[in-house]
Design a protein around this ligand. Structure first.
Ligand code: CA
Ligand code: CA
Ligand code: CA
Length: 856
């Protein structure tokens, strides 16, 4: 099929003989939402700006959503041939939509170089003209460097062909083209002056050379849904492969801006092919994990606005002789519009007999799913047996024949000097510790969990990890033992029982690092993180990030001392020690809880936890009252209720300390605070309030009832907000975390108040996570969902287009103004595909609570 299309495409272009050129499509028009639109083609012009938290997030500038897939982005004046994440991005101080002239104008500014430019995009029939204007010539340093760039998603173009001035070629599957080494003096400044590369003492950076150049390119003539024609009379088009510098690079088409010129300096005509009469295939959302017989079962069908909803859909059963039989046909009810698509629902709750089924909607058949009371039994195992132990820092982690990583950061952590950072941290002028900048802080290279797709210890995340695990232990006592953990050997072996419950070992491992911080720093650090950007973006074995040798500035860079213990390479990690009292309070809360759980398992550690809990609680409370009203709780009402500070401590901490110590003063303070907090915000506080139920009397639970009723109103409101009935976030980081939190609280509310809170809210959350969501219907949890989990995630093995089992993707990323997206062939967009240790342990707790609820 592919081959014949290719032949026809080339023949049409070169011979104009058997003419199968695309049929005429309607012209591109500027729509009410401020982008250019025709059937299957959306051209967005800075609907999404380069203002994300992490510089170039590959989500901005001029973008093309081509037959439902955002295959092109990054259209802007850029300073690099193939921009990396930390290369400078332009601010866009103004954006003007001119409906009269069918055009959008955006100004761009690079403040580092006082360089301004404008881009005007105008609809011209089936194409857009992109024109770059300069009011002043390109600054001298940027002449020959600054250009207009447009980036193409590698996974949607590799293997496909292109024609540059008629010369046929193919987009490479892997980056193997050519580069040159150029003096660092010629490199445009990177984000905050950091450098993404280690030049190994050469004084040179790597500069990619073009794959092709010319005045006209047709990309993907062999794939009508991806075909785009681009031409320029006044500029040369150069095609680059961004993966030569960074695995997350895209194919880049660019034209250098001419030196010394002003006015209209570069003009491109860009014509994305529109497949005549194209209608996006329905996305039939259902739970890939399956359903228990008694639960509601509703598929959500996402439809192109040009599609007509069918009246009925059916359920087929796969019988034990392999035959397929229609067992249920029911009505499809239209839900309505939600952003760019139409939605309909198909309720097949009546199908409850255990078995293997699939959904048939018109000609579309879904993958199969199971109905059985056991389907949720395994939903947390990949997370607990594989993802969590692989993220144990300062350990060797083995699985069968494979070492996931060696022992990282053997040289320990240095006191951070005053500095900025690339992962949203900084170190102030004061260290607040007894250590001088660059001095080794002893004892920190123990325990703890990698943050996410990176390898730092985010203290806040690690605190919530221990809290999540303690909660899971106390509520569910999972005795699962599939992991061997030896802190003495610093060795972890997956799938090897060692007679100890894994969860207790994981709590111990988290606590070891946090205690080391409290004891050696005196309070909680912000983070233990990379000191240099050129090893922050590491992909692969965590033990290879640093050289394992203490940094000795008296040695030349790249040189080891004679005894082999020190090196002149400044790669040691840093501890960032700005003191955050909220973090200390959270840690006090966590240490109290951990102390309780570790008692009888590791008494020494338990006692140290309790000691640090009390000390941090007292110190932080005292310092807070000294700082007075200037100090605002940053963690929101749940963790730091306003108005309670004078009373000392926060809600959740007081509860934890009461449970740990039995001291009445803590619970009295908790009781003083909880009702006010519930009055202020029931949705954020109800979970903490329910956590107290096992430790309080019956009257307490009864007094909670009206708040649970109020919480139900909120659940109902969310249920009707969108077709999926869960909170759907629209931030730069997609919203799975909020869905998991929503589902967890709803599951606990059902467990404690089954007469008020129905199970359906938590079922909706689970279905969303397991495939019933926009864009595609894959399970967002790696390796969970028998038929079709997602296949790529932003883990530390993302360069292999793989995943770490049990990872939970942030999921459906919202792109302004109306597009949800989750790439499953391109792992590198963290806002869609990265899992975090805090998020994945929240999922673990959700899964445990949900399993209990479903089993009841
Ligand atoms: Ca991080
Ligand atoms: Ca174990
Ligand atoms: Ca080192």
């Amino acid at each position: 099929m592919r081959k014949s299309l290719l032949l026809i495409g080339l023949a049409a272009l070169s011979l104009a003989a058997c003419d199968k050129a695309p049929q005429e499509a309607a012209d591109l028009k500027l729509n009410d939402l401020g982008y250019f639109e025709t059937r299957g083609v959306n051209v967005l012009v800075f609907s999404n700006t380069f203002s994300g938290g992490f510089n170039d997030e590959k989500n901005s500038g001029i973008e093309i959503i081509h037959h439902g897939v955002r295959t092109v982005q990054g259209g802007a004046v850029r300073l690099n041939k193939t921009p990396e994440q930390w290369d400078l991005v332009p601010a866009s101080p103004s954006r003007t939509v001119d409906t009269l002239n069918n055009s959008i104008e955006v100004t761009m500014r690079y403040t580092d170089y006082e360089f301004d430019s404008r881009v005007v995009v105008t609809a011209k029939g089936k194409a857009v003209e992109i024109a770059v204007y300069l009011d002043n010539p390109v600054p001298e340093f940027l002449a020959g460097k600054a250009g207009f760039n447009l980036e193409f998603l590698p996974s949607q173009y590799w293997g496909k062909t292109y024609l540059m001035d008629g010369r046929p070629n193919r987009f490479p599957r892997y980056a193997v083209s050519e580069t040159q080494a150029v003096s660092n003096d010629e490199k445009p400044r990177q984000f905050k002056g950091f450098r993404t590369y280690d030049d190994r003492g050469t004084g040179q950076f790597v500069d990619p050379l073009p794959l092709e150049s010319g005045h006209s390119i047709i990309v993907a003539p062999d794939a009508p849904e991806r075909m785009i024609k681009i031409s320029s009379d006044d500029a040369v088009l150069e095609l680059y492969d961004g993966r030569m510098l960074a695995q997350n690079g895209w194919f880049v088409l660019r034209s250098v801006l001419p030196a010394g010129k002003t006015g209209k300096v570069v003009t491109w005509l860009v014509e994305p092919n529109s497949v005549s009469g194209w209608i996006r295939e329905p996305n039939i959302g259902f739970s890939q994990v399956g359903y228990v017989p008694s639960q509601p079962k509703v598929a959500v069908i996402e439809l192109d606005k040009n599609d007509k909803p069918l009246e009925k859909a059916s359920i087929y059963r796969i019988e034990d002789n392999g035959n397929e039989k229609c067992v249920f046909t029911g009505p499809v009810s239209v839900w309505g519009e939600y952003y760019k698509y139409n939605y309909a629902k198909f309720d097949f709750t009546d199908v409850s007999e255990p078995g293997v089924y699939y959904i048939k909607y018109g000609d579309y058949e879904t993958g199969n799913f199971i109905i059985d009371k056991t389907v949720y039994k395994w939903i947390t195992d990949a997370t607990s047996d594989v993802w969590i132990p692989i993220h144990m820092n300062h350990m060797i982690v083995n699985e069968g024949y494979r070492i996931w990583h060696g022992e990282p950061f053997k040289e320990g952590y240095l006191q951070a000097p005053q500095s900025d950072h690339f992962d949203l941290h900084s170190q102030g002028a004061q260290t607040n510790t007894k250590y001088k900048p660059y001095e080794l802080i002893p004892g920190l290279n123990v325990g703890g969990y990698f943050d996410a797709g990176d390898f730092d210890i985010e203290t806040g995340s690690n605190i919530s990890v221990v809290q999540n695990m303690v909660a899971a232990w106390e509520l569910f006592h999972p005795m699962r033992d599939e992991t061997f953990v030896s802190e003495e050997q610093r060795y972890v072996d997956l799938h090897r029982p060692d007679g100890k419950p894994d969860l207790l070992q994981y709590i111990e491992h988290g606590v070891l690092n946090l205690l080391a911080q409290a004891e050696n720093i005196g309070f909680m650090s912000q983070t233990l993180s990379n000191s240099v950007l050129d090893n922050y973006h590491h992909l692969g074995d965590a033990a290879a990030i640093t050289d394992g040798l203490h940094y000795d500035p008296s040695l030349p860079k790249y040189v080891k001392s004679a005894d082999g213990k020190r090196s002149g390479t400044p790669d040691d990690m840093w501890a960032f020690t700005n003191r955050n009292l909220n973090s200390d309070i959270n840690a006090a809360n966590m240490f109290a809880a951990a102390s309780r759980v570790l008692k009888g398992y590791n008494d020494n550690l338990s006692a140290r936890c309790l000691k640090q809990s009390k000390r941090l609680q007292e110190e932080a409370t005292k310092l807070m009252s000294q700082r007075g009203a200037g100090m605002r709780g940053r963690q929101g009402g749940q963790n730091f209720g306003g108005g309670n500070r004078g009373g000392g401590g926060n809600l959740a901490t007081n509860l934890q300390l009461y449970v740990a110590t039995g001291e009445k003063s803590y619970i009295e303070q908790f009781e003083q605070q909880i009702w006010q907090a519930l009055d202020r915000n029931v949705n954020n506080t109800i979970r903490t309030a329910m956590d107290a139920i096992p430790h309080m009397d019956v009257a307490y639970k009864e007094r909670l009832r009206p708040y649970v009723e109020k919480y139900k109103d909120y659940l109902e409101q969310v249920t009707n907000n969108n077709p999926y009935g869960v909170p759907i976030g629209e931030g730069n980081w997609a919203g799975s975390g909020a869905v998991v939190t929503y589902g967890t609280t709803a599951a606990f509310a059902n467990l404690y108040f089954p007469d008020i809170i129905d199970k359906k809210y938590a079922y909706n959350a689970a279905a969303f996570m397991f495939g019933c969501h926009p864009y595609h219907n894959y399970s967002l949890v790696a390796a969970v969902g028998a038929a079709r989990p997602k296949q790529v995630f932003y883990g530390n093995n993302r360069a292999d287009f793989s995943f770490i089992p049990g990872n939970v993707a942030p999921g459906l990323l919202f792109r302004r103004p109306d597009h949800f997206e989750n790439f499953d062939d391109w792992p590198f967009l963290w806002g869609q595909n990265e899992g975090t240790i805090a998020g994945n342990t929240s999922y673990y707790i959700f899964g445990e609570a949900f399993k209990q609820m479903a089993a009841k």
